[in-house]
Design a protein around this ligand. Structure first.
Ligand code: URA
Length: 431
């Protein structure tokens, strides 16, 4: 078998066999197949798609590219969550401490930024010292002892996804249902989750722009999970405007800490409480969603969720002083508040444009080897539906480069659209 023949077959809309998929995954994982062929393979899949059978085979091959974690000796029921990616989506940073504080142990493998969407690992690394490369043993030990783990996949879990993910980020091959489904599900299967909550985003700031596409992705991932004997619940959530206010690595960590203190933007808090309630039901800690939500709320009001975050950061070598006092996070050289150019009702805050502008500032990568600037990003002060007066703060830019600041000021201003007549708020979730 030759890699080039498999690429050509997919390029010509052929259906790949299990053997071909396994050969390719094995090859790029162990380095026999170079990055340029793997990128061409990803592009062929993006352009021509995969059948459900091919996607399932790809998922399982990537899941088995490293070790498969068995958590049955560590927790009674391993529950995990994953978002399909969005702008300002710092949900895991708040939800994991919440559910862990409610007595549900959670160990999660997260990813880095992907295209215009931020990544939990990049956000966590804005906390000095925080380690995102735990070994499998460390993962299990920490889950057992602390009940919470948030790490990357540099440990020997789904290494195929680690490689493919980094290439997709910089080769325009993110927005593909089979690639997203296999990327998410291989990590969940490899990490030993028995019950999985999927937060599938839809809208202008999501990889799935339409509700139909998001449903297709949700159904495909649910089917793959079920086929592998896991329980899966998929939520569909709005990503037309950024989630919460902060977009950018340390800014988002600060907002997640705020949420755990009972402060922070209402939409983000609501989102986290709903996701937490679902996880607590999936994990059999709550009988129904209202009980789960009440538990989640209590973990915030009694401070136990914030304590869990502190415990997590401490366990993974991070400096907890930053959790105790978020004003310690490095501040960018330029901080500029941009006022609204007009009065009116906010009709759009185009999330993708904001996400791309954050990448321009350095919050994400344009090349695989690019470093990430943790301090830069935006605070978006308003939500669709808000009535705004001319001159009122619309967004704040945190930048380390004056030229980039000027560039993003213009595009983010254009990303805000106004209407003279009242505009309905956007829903947080869809049925
Ligand atoms: N999250 C992932 O882990 N992979 C994707 O492809 C998209 C979101």
């Amino acid at each position: 078998m030759h890699a080039v023949d498999i690429i050509i077959k997919k390029r010509d809309r052929g259906e790949l066999t299990l053997e071909e998929i396994e050969f390719f995954v094995r090859g790029f994982t162990n380095g026999d197949i170079p990055d340029y062929q793997t990128s061409a393979f990803a592009m062929a899949i993006l352009l021509n798609g995969m059948t459900a059978r091919e996607t399932t085979d790809l998922t399982l091959a990537m899941a088995h590219s490293g070790s498969m974690l068995d958590l049955s000796d560590v927790v009674d029921l391993a529950v995990d969550k994953h978002s399909s990616g969005g702008v300002g989506d710092k949900t895991s940073l708040s939800v994991l401490p919440i559910v862990a504080a409610c007595g549900l142990p959670v160990g999660k493998m997260s990813g880095r930024g992907l295209g215009f969407s931020g990544g939990t690992l990049d956000k966590l690394e804005s906390i000095p010292g925080y380690r995102v490369n735990l070994s499998t043993e460390e993962f299990k030990q920490q889950l057992k002892e602390k009940g919470i783990v948030l790490t990357g996949q540099s440990l020997d879990l789904a290494p195929a996804d680690g490689k493919l993910y980094a290439l997709r980020d910089v080769t325009g091959t993110v927005q593909s249902i089979p690639l997203i489904a296999s990327s998410i599900m291989c990590k969940k299967l490899a990490a030993g989750a028995q019950a999985i909550l999927l937060d599938v985003k839809t809208g202008l700031g999501a990889f799935m722009e339409t509700l139909d596409e998001a449903r297709e992705l949700a159904d495909l991932m649910t089917d793959i999970g079920k086929l592998a004997g896991r329980e899966v619940v998929a939520l569909l959530s709005d990503m037309n405007q950024p989630l919460g206010s902060a977009v950018g690595n340390s800014l988002e960590v600060i907002e997640a800490i705020d949420m755990l203190k009972g402060r922070g933007p209402e939409d983000f808090a609501e989102h986290c409480l709903y996701v937490s309630a679902h996880m607590l039901v999936l994990g059999k800690r709550a009988n129904d969603l209202s009980e789960g939500r009440a538990m989640a709320e209590k973990s915030i009001s009694d401070g136990s969720a914030l304590k869990k975050l502190r415990l997590l950061v401490e366990a993974q070598g991070g400096d907890v002083a930053y959790i105790d006092d978020p004003s310690r996070f490095e501040v960018s050289e330029f901080v500029e508040v941009v006022g609204s150019p007009q009065s009116g009702y906010l009709s759009e805050v185009q999330a993708r444009t904001v996400g791309e502008a954050a990448v321009t500032l350095g919050a994400g990568r344009l090349k695989k080897s690019d470093p990430v600037d943790h301090a830069v990003g935006f605070i978006i002060h308003h939500k669709v539906g808000d009535r705004i007066k001319q001159g009122e703060p619309l967004f704040t830019i945190h930048a380390n480069d004056e030229n980039k600041l000027a560039e993003v000021r213009k595009v983010v201003l254009e990303a805000h659209r106004f209407s003279d007549v009242p505009v309905e708020k956007l829903p947080l979730f869809y049925n």
